[in-house]
Design a binder for this molecule. Structure first.
Ligand SMILES: [Fe+2]
Length: 244
């Protein structure tokens, strides 16, 4: 059994198309939120996740677009894109976003959230201190997260209480070991921020108890042209070149 893990597509049709073209055969897909926001293809990206029968969690952008999260949590550029997106979405897709879950249980003790288990919509797990707190408060074996757009993995060793971080900005591989617990971010499909502009995704292989993170190039110049033509803030286009 293999699960394809995608997150933070952010209305980027070029990136999601390249990921779905590149990815090996999986048994199911999950999306860890932020299907929309920033980019110009929200309806297309929602159709895509529906087409692949993807189980989806709602992210902060998804819920802000439908009025379930205060837009004041966002900076100017994000707000501009959220307001723009809310005017573009078909009614059926607004309803789809409204009804997204905040947490998915993949199997016993393997969960998926957008930000973190204690604050699914807004908390970023960016450092070992935050990860340590989450490991102490929650008893998952693996928690898959999105939100930060940084591919990487925090692990907690139960024998010596040590927390390690591995950066997966160029892809990578984690073998799940017996004495460790994990917070894994498979990166962002549509707006990577870890210095690598390639789209990021993961595959959780339950048979081999391992997670692979992959990066794939996509024609971001097309995405940038659409963002500029739509009149969205220029920085949303520029950052795609650098993966920042
Ligand atoms: Fe996001």
């Amino acid at each position: 059994m293999k699960i394809g893990i995608i997150s933070d597509i952010h209305s980027n049709s070029e990136a999601i198309n390249c990921v779905l073209k590149n990815i090996e055969k999986v048994d199911e897909f999950i999306c860890l939120g932020d299907i929309v926001g920033y980019g110009t293809e929200p309806n297309y990206c929602i159709k895509k996740v529906k087409d692949i029968n993807c189980r989806c969690i709602g992210g902060n952008h998804d819920f802000a677009v439908v009025g379930k999260l205060d837009i004041n949590y966002f900076n100017y550029t994000a707000r501009a894109a959220i307001l723009w997106t809310s005017l573009q979405l078909k009614k059926e897709n607004l309803n789809f976003l409204k009804n997204l879950e905040k947490r998915i249980e993949l199997k016993d003790n393997v969960i998926a959230v957008h930000g973190s288990p204690q604050n699914p919509l807004l908390e970023y797990i960016l450092d070992k201190d935050t990860a340590s707190l989450i490991f102490s408060k929650f008893n998952f074996k693996i928690c898959f997260v999105g939100h930060s757009h940084l591919a990487g993995c925090f692990s907690f060793n139960e024998n010596n209480n040590q927390i390690d971080y591995i950066n997966f900005s160029n892809g990578g591989y984690i073998e799940i070991s017996k004495n460790k617990r994990y917070i894994i971010n498979c990166g962002s499909v549509g707006q990577p921020r870890d210095g690598n502009p390639q789209a990021s995704y993961g595959i959780y292989d339950l048979k081999y108890n391992a997670v692979n993170i992959y990066r794939v190039s996509y024609p971001f110049n097309l995405t940038q042209g659409k963002i500029i033509n739509a009149g969205l803030p220029r920085s949303l286009a520029d950052r795609l070149s650098y993966g920042r």
